[in-house]
Design a protein around this ligand. Structure first.
Ligand code: ADP
Length: 269
């Protein structure tokens, strides 16, 4: 089972009297290993856009006489540097949410307002793709949750963004909010490419993508779901997935509601 990482210190108190102190350093080593792995993953992920940017810059330098080529490669250079900025922003965000203590900043918030604001952040990309986002039970929601508003809004925007990015143009996304006595559930349903059950665990790991090329083309960084999961867990909530390949996906987050916050109209107590 558990590999112990014992450090033994001996202190000789007298000529024939030594005290041995054994300390288990396992948790500390695990934390270090996780940090090391995170840094290794980041370095690997940064190499791709940085390599592309250097190559494009050199190509532009060497094509100075060909205005058409310069324009073409400069456009690719812009796309790659935007991708790099998004990646760096997501890495910073993940480190921030991993740093914890978020509930110190948490305040009672109306969940309906947070969901509406989260969806609004993605309305432009959705409209650009001709997609519609339908809400159910969001405007009527009455529940209050303890939340770091900005983080929860961003997590909701992230799930909407995924639903939009992994769906065909012109599709629809449904966001359904349901309240029970002690919980709020928010479901994000798309009719897109779906996810095979064998991938359901892996997609929550940082930098994991089912189809890296598709994720890249749609502006993904592979960090979205890691950030969302962290934020949801920090809010004492949970995230689950119901999906099959080719049949769309439903991601559901549940959050504890603050006691005393009234139910939406018509809901049983
Ligand atoms: P990415 O930036 O690649 O979208 P995420 O962490 O948000 O990173 O998601 C990880 C992977 O999970 C994606 O690359 C994609 O393969 C899969 N995925 C996430 N959301 C959906 C969805 N709604 N439909 C289909 N696949 C999805």
């Amino acid at each position: 089972e558990r590999m112990l990482n014992l450090r033994i210190d001996g202190v000789q108190l007298a000529e024939d009297y030594t005290v041995l102190i054994a300390r288990d350093h396992t948790p500390m080593r695990r934390l270090n290993d996780t940090r090391k792995q995170f840094i290794a993953d980041i370095s690997h992920e940064l190499k791709t856009p940085i390599g592309a940017i250097s190559l494009l810059a050199e190509t532009i330098r060497d094509s100075a006489d060909d205005a058409e080529a310069v324009r073409h490669f400069a456009a690719s250079l812009c796309t790659e540097s935007e991708r790099l900025s998004r990646l760096v922003a997501d890495i910073i965000e993940l480190s921030r949410v991993e740093a914890r203590a978020p509930l110190l900043r948490a305040r009672p918030c109306a969940i309906g307002d947070i969901v509406t604001a989260g969806i609004a952040r993605e309305s432009l990309p959705a409209a650009t793709r001709g997609m519609t986002i339908h809400t159910h039970g969001v405007e009527e929601a009455r529940a209050t949750v303890l939340a770091v508003r900005d983080q929860l809004e961003a997590a909701i925007a992230n799930l909407v963004s995924n639903a939009v990015r992994y769906s065909p143009d012109g599709g629809r996304v449904d966001v359904t909010l349901t309240e029970s006595a002690d919980e709020v559930a928010i479901a994000f349903t798309d009719r897109g490419i779906g996810i095979d059950p064998s991938e359901h665990r892996a997609i929550f790991r940082r930098f994991y993508r089912v189809d890296p090329a598709r994720s890249r083309a749609s502006g993904g960084t592979g960090l979205g779901l890691s950030i969302v999961t962290h934020v949801v867990h920090d809010h004492r909530g949970d995230i689950s997935l119901d999906s099959e390949l080719g049949r769309g996906a439903t991601f559901t987050i549940t959050l504890p509601r603050l006691p005393g916050s009234p139910h939406s109209k018509g809901m049983p107590t």
